[in-house]
Design a protein around this ligand. Structure first.
Ligand SMILES: Nc1nc2c(ncn2[C@@H]2O[C@H](COP(=O)(O)OP(=O)(O)O)[C@@H](O)[C@H]2O)c(=O)[nH]1
Ligand SMILES: [Mg+2]
Length: 244
């Protein structure tokens, strides 16, 4: 029996990225299905997604009322994909920073292709050998590396790329988590997911990916998202230290 895979892709104003990214994914792995979670993008991303879904039954669309952040979009997407009975659920950005050709690497690793035991979560990592970012300013790189280091140290989890958003989860792992309790803002969402998988005894594997800066459209990242992530990590880390 083959495993059914759903790639969940939140979008906000990604009109020009939709066709190239989705085309790239199907070229690399025709067997996956894609769920676009659009937060009412004013640029018409949601409408184009609907048209693409009519053309191709592997494409699904979830519409949400307004821009409500990456985390809530993923949680809604997870709930949908779990309800549909997918075995593997992925997170992936629509903006081209997550390259379709890296998706098979994540899926093969999740199937146990690169190591003995079968993982519960595979992270496409910019911070392991062979992984890298491209086109980043020294400042953005410093913030990202510093943030990952801080989270790793405070939380005591040996994951190099804590905030990475290119991931493949076993549906059974997601089912075992209390998804309603996830802190749902920006980067902290990825850190919280990682921390909860680790706490649940899930096996986490990182595979190297190349992460180019987005070519089209605008980033939705903000300083507030970074500050909120660091604040949360500090609270979780102090709680962990106090318990010891
Ligand atoms: N549905 C939804 N998608 C979002 C939201 N914010 C960002 N995204 C999407 O999440 C992905 C990553 O966002 P991006 O702006 O590239 O973040 P960055 O890579 O950290 O700069 C892209 O596909 C965005 O369109 C949001 O509030 N709602
Ligand atoms: Mg991006």
């Amino acid at each position: 029996m083959t495993e059914r895979t759903c790639v969940v892709m939140p979008t906000y104003n990604e009109l020009e990225n939709l066709r190239p990214t989705i085309g790239g994914i199907f070229a690399c792995r025709p067997s996956v299905e894609i769920l676009i979670v659009d937060d009412g993008s004013p640029d018409g991303t949601g409408e184009l997604a609907d048209r693409m879904a009519i053309e191709d039954p592997r494409i699904h669309v979830l519409h949400r009322a307004g821009k409500n952040g990456l985390g809530p979009a993923y949680l809604a997407g997870f709930a949908w994909a779990l309800n549909q009975g997918f075995d593997v659920i992925c997170e992936m950005d629509m903006d081209g920073s997550h390259r379709p050709q890296d998706l098979p690497k994540l899926l093969d690793a999740l199937a146990g292709g690169t190591s003995g035991a079968v993982p519960d979560l595979v992270i496409g990592s910019r911070r392991v050998d062979g992984g890298r970012t491209e086109g980043w300013s020294a400042f953005r790189d410093l913030i990202s590396r510093g943030g990952s280091w801080y989270a790793r140290t405070m939380l005591g989890i040996d994951v190099r790329d804590m905030t990475a958003g290119f991931r493949a989860y076993r549906a059974s792992m997601l089912r075992a988590l209390d998804l309603d309790a996830i802190e749902a803002n920006g980067y902290v969402f990825q850190i919280d997911m990682t921390r909860r998988v680790a706490a649940a005894g899930g096996r986490i594997v990182e595979v190297p990916i190349v992460f180019p800066d987005r070519v089209r459209g605008k980033s939705k990242m903000s300083n507030a998202i970074v500050v909120e992530a660091m604040r949360r990590v500090t609270v979780w880390g102090l709680r962990r230290l106090l318990r010891k």
